[in-house]
Write a protein that binds this ligand. Structure first.
Ligand code: ZN
Length: 60
């Protein structure tokens, strides 16, 4: 399982725009920046340089 605790989620913000993140199965997505931050073993990688671009079709 790759779930993040609600407590952790509530304090996590996009490092780029400081906006709320949208939890996905194995990542956290910022739809404003169209970036996806990976979560490995429950540890979110919030480095902008490691983020993956969100596909436009996913940003809904
Ligand atoms: Zn953002």
């Amino acid at each position: 399982m790759n779930t993040l605790s609600p407590e952790l989620l509530s304090v996590l913000r996009c490092p780029k725009c400081k906006g709320a993140l949208n939890p996905r199965s194995t990542s956290l997505a910022c739809f404003a920046c169209k970036l996806e931050f990976s979560v490995d073993d429950g540890i979110p990688n919030m480095l902008i340089e490691d983020a993956r671009p969100l596909a436009a079709s996913e940003a809904s």
